[in-house]
Design a protein around this ligand. Structure first.
Ligand SMILES: Nc1ncnc2c1ncn2[C@@H]1O[C@H](COP(=O)(O)OP(=O)(O)OP(=O)(O)O)[C@@H](O)[C@H]1O
Ligand SMILES: [Mg+2]
Length: 372
């Protein structure tokens, strides 16, 4: 056992226990030999001492075998916890499941809990550091732009009718970008730390898609992009968080419009997926596409293939990161396929809760009858 940091090689507890065990045996032997058998004092002392030593050694060895290793293990675990050093401990508990085993098991359990908690806190801390670095970098661009426009206005441009309005509009555009950025930042940080939970309910998929498409029609028209929904069952219901699913669709369809070409299109379709409960929602565009090398990175926060194109359109590079987190929190899958200059297809899996009605909104059997 140890005192402070210095290890003392004597098993003090075992020594004490063996001593306490040997004392009654010495007394008993003395009584038996000296009083009962009437032997001499010398004989009594020899017999009592011999029995005392033998019983001391026996008790000490038994105790050493039974408890010493387990006590050492307890010491090692608690030392490791205090040094925040976590290692797998071999099971040295005995088969008897006594009180000492119970304490060891409890300590091993607390060791794992503390380890998990420290790892979680480290993860959050690293995330926080990285996040703050990313944010300050992203905030700098619009803040410096606003500063530049305001300074130019103050330095005389304010009197110039031709430019003052234009500069104020540009400053305002950057203010809007800051507002958009802050909103997305709040959302992504809550999603990434697991603070924002998905409230799952049964939702009508078509209603949400239709709603989002209607709200983005104006934007699509301005960009000369044709936005349309393929024929689908309007009663189909899925399990999802309504506002999060809406957000996913907005982000994906907005990207389809933003990274498109004039006269291009964004098509939303529903197709069957593996498993009776699953369906796949595709958002497919005929836009600029994404290079194969960039594909794995597009869901990283703040990643943009073409920073200037994305910024010019108010993009913060958080849209797809938010989509990925929401889809994962739903236990679903996001797949991206893309070809530069041809277009991109974002597919998300969804779980239906409507008992498997036809996804295209018409009865397949009736259709095949008509076709005959
Ligand atoms: N449909 C798409 N076609 C081509 N490139 C895309 C498409 N969707 C996303 N990208 C690329 O992936 C990057 C990341 O997309 P994301 O939606 O995360 O950010 P953003 O659109 O730049 O900004 P935000 O969505 O936050 O406003 C984009 O900057 C763009 O380069
Ligand atoms: Mg986007």
């Amino acid at each position: 056992m140890s005192r402070g940091n210095k290890r003392i090689p004597v098993y003090k507890l075992g020594f004490r226990k063996a001593l306490y065990g040997a004392i009654p045996i010495v007394g008993f032997t003395w009584g038996l030999v000296f009083v009962y058998f009437g032997s001499s004092i010398a004989e009594g002392i020899v017999a009592a001492a011999t029995m005392g030593i033998l019983s001391f050694l026996t008790f000490f060895i038994i105790d050493y075998k039974v408890d010493y290793k387990r006590l050492m293990m307890l010491e090692r675990i608690s030392k490791n916890i205090s040094k925040k050093r976590f290692e797998e401990v071999d099971d040295k508990t005995s088969s008897t499941n006594d009180e000492l085993d119970y304490v060891i098991k409890k300590l091993v359990k607390s060791n794992r809990t503390v380890e998990r908690e420290i790892q979680r806190l480290n993860r959050i801390e690293n995330y926080r550091k990285e996040f703050i670095g990313d944010i300050s970098h992203e905030l700098k661009t619009p803040i410096f732009a606003i500063q530049g426009f305001v300074e130019t206005l103050l330095n005389g441009a304010l009197e110039d009718e031709k430019v003052n309005r234009k500069f104020l509009q540009k400053a305002m555009k950057n203010v809007a970008r800051l507002i958009y950025l802050t909103k997305d930042l709040m959302e992504i940080s809550k999603l990434e730390t697991g603070e924002l939970k998905s409230e799952m309910e049964e939702v009508c998929l078509y209603d949400i898609i239709n709603d989002v498409v209607e709200s983005l029609q104006d934007k699509a028209q301005k960009e000369q992009v044709n936005l349309f929904i393929e024929e689908m069952n309007q009663n189909l219901r899925v399990r999802a968080d309504k506002s999060q699913l809406r957000q996913v669709l907005i982000n994906l369809i907005e990207n389809g419009i933003k990274y498109n070409v004039p006269q291009g299109s964004v098509r939303i379709e529903l197709i069957p997926a593996e498993g009776p409960e699953k369906i796949t929602l595709n958002i497919e565009d005929t836009g600029i596409g994404i290079d194969e090398a960039d594909l794995p990175r597009v869901t990283e926060r703040f990643f943009r293939v073409d920073k200037s194109r994305s910024r010019e359109r108010g993009g913060t590079g958080l849209g797809l990161a938010i989509v990925k987190h929401i889809i994962e929190a739903h236990g679903e899958i996001l797949k991206i396929q893309s070809e530069p200059n041809k277009g991109s297809k974002f597919s998300i899996s969804l779980t239906r809760v409507d008992g498997g009605e036809n996804i295209h909104g018409f009865d397949q059997e009736a259709l095949s009858e008509i076709r005959k």
